[in-house]
Design a protein around this ligand. Structure first.
Ligand code: ASP
Length: 444
């Protein structure tokens, strides 16, 4: 079995973290390919190396540039010194400094965090260093070019026993060999691409939490970790704001049926969360997770006899399309149609869209309401269960929270409720308690 291990920035923030990472890798010979991020925060108000690189790039030259560049250099030097490595990065830093002065490109600048960390980690582990600029190709939109990447990367990986392949960047796919990065957090994507091409059976994504949590820990105190989650469930939760993995990191492994496990570098003994295509593992609870977002608005359109007017919905949605606005949900009644949109995207086009709807379908009235929050209650366990919706509504009713909208996907994988922004946190806590805290109490 071969495993890819990706370590996030906090897992490689300093020499102490490097030691933990090396212990994890050396404890399992199957961990053959390693994808590091750039050094992240060592403490709450620290600055990630990637952010320092952006800062240095914008400073261009002068005092500010010199100071920031020196901070970056020192971060690596501290790691090298504390690990007692015989590694001299001065030539690398001279080259990088010159490139910064020549304003090579912002993507080149940002990528150096992973590049340098890869060199240090490869040296420390005694693994080969593979520069992703030679094997990973990225298009102008920041998506990886599978056709160009896969043959080159798989050939390279097959030729090495162990390797460190820095995350987050590659080369442009236009033959220019210029550096191109993924969007922020993109080392997850690199891990996934390496997993796809390294003939591996598991992609381990190491971070500073023991897996995906059932709810946002800023809202729910100490929420439980999700044991096993499917890609579909994860997609639903991520879309609704749960930040677990970079969006684009799912497809490459999913296409090969490779599971991902999220693990904690600081507590490697914890099981973590396993992300799979499909599973017979019964979920620990009826619901797998809860996530939500504030900042939605509703457009409620009313017209007598709307139900018999064929093409009504299409005409309304055409107005949104003409205004380049995507919608989240469209709950409807007999003579009403409501469209839920993101307030931020809607607000500047509001009057244009109202006028467009008036012209398109001549409604009796249109009412707008903002300050709506959407909460998704997600779980494959719902399909076989009874009373899930009833429990959600009871939880909210007990807290006197008014439900403004309900939507259950036909996949029976989620229930979405809309509540006022001000009720958002309390609603999530009430749902969590209903499904998790109370269930655990009943089990006792
Ligand atoms: N270092 C990059 C960032 O901070 C990429 C990553 O960590 O995945 O976004």
């Amino acid at each position: 079995m071969v495993k890819v291990v990706k370590f996030g920035g906090s897992s490689l923030a300093d020499a102490t973290q490097f030691k933990k990472v090396a212990d994890i890798i050396h404890s399992d010979p199957e961990r053959r390919y390693v994808v590091p991020s750039a050094p992240g925060k060592r403490f709450k108000d620290d600055i990630k190396v990637t952010d320092l690189l952006y800062k240095a790039y914008y400073a261009k030259s002068g005092k500010e540039f010199g100071k920031t560049f020196e901070t970056i250099r020192q971060r690596y030097q501290d790691i090298i010194d504390e690990l007692n490595l015989k590694l001299d990065l001065s030539e690398e830093f001279d080259k990088i400094k010159k490139a910064f002065k020549d304003q090579v490109s912002i993507e080149y600048a940002a990528s150096r965090g992973e590049y340098l960390n890869g060199i240090v980690l490869a040296n420390y582990l005694g693994f080969e260093f593979i520069d992703p600029a030679t094997v990973i190709f990225i298009d102008e939109h920041g998506n990886y070019d599978a056709e160009m990447t896969d043959p080159k990367l798989s050939e390279k990986l097959a030729s090495v026993e162990n390797a460190v392949i820095p995350g987050f960047y590659g080369a442009k796919n236009d033959g220019s060999n210029e550096i191109k990065t993924f969007s922020r957090g993109g080392s997850d994507v690199t891990g996934s691409i390496v997993a796809k091409n390294g003939n591996v059976s598991l992609y381990e994504n190491w971070t500073d939490v023991s897996g995906c949590l059932i709810a946002d820990p800023r809202i729910v105190d100490n929420p439980d970790v999700i044991g096993t989650i499917t890609y579909k469930e994860l997609r639903e939760l991520s879309y609704m704001g749960a930040s677990v993995l970079h969006e684009n990191s799912i497809f490459p492994v999913r296409s090969q049926g490779i599971p991902i496990v999220i693990k904690n570098t600081n507590k490697p003994e914890d099981a973590g969360t396993l992300i799979v295509e499909s599973t017979c593992h019964k979920p620990d609870h009826v619901i797998t997770g809860i996530a939500g977002k504030k900042g939605f608005a509703t457009i409620m359109i009313e017209k007598d006899m709307m139900n018999s007017e064929i093409g009504f919905g299409r005409k309304v949605l055409q107005v949104l399309e003409d205004n380049q606005l995507s919608f989240e949900h469209t709950p409807s009644g007999i003579d009403t149609m409501t469209i839920v949109v993101e307030t931020k995207a809607f607000i500047d086009k509001e009057q244009q869209i109202l006028a467009g709807i008036h012209r398109a379908v001549e409604p009796d009235s249109i009412e707008l309401e903002s300050d709506l929050a959407l909460i998704a209650i997600v779980g494959r366990g719902m399909r076989d269960g009874r009373g899930t919706a009833a429990k959600v509504f009871t939880a909210l009713a007990q807290k006197n929270i008014n439900i403004k909208m309900i939507d259950q996907g036909s996949s029976e994988l989620n229930i979405i409720v809309g509540v006022k922004n001000i009720h958002f946190e309390e609603a999530i806590r009430a749902i969590y308690d209903m499904f998790i805290t109370n269930e655990k109490k009943n089990d006792r």
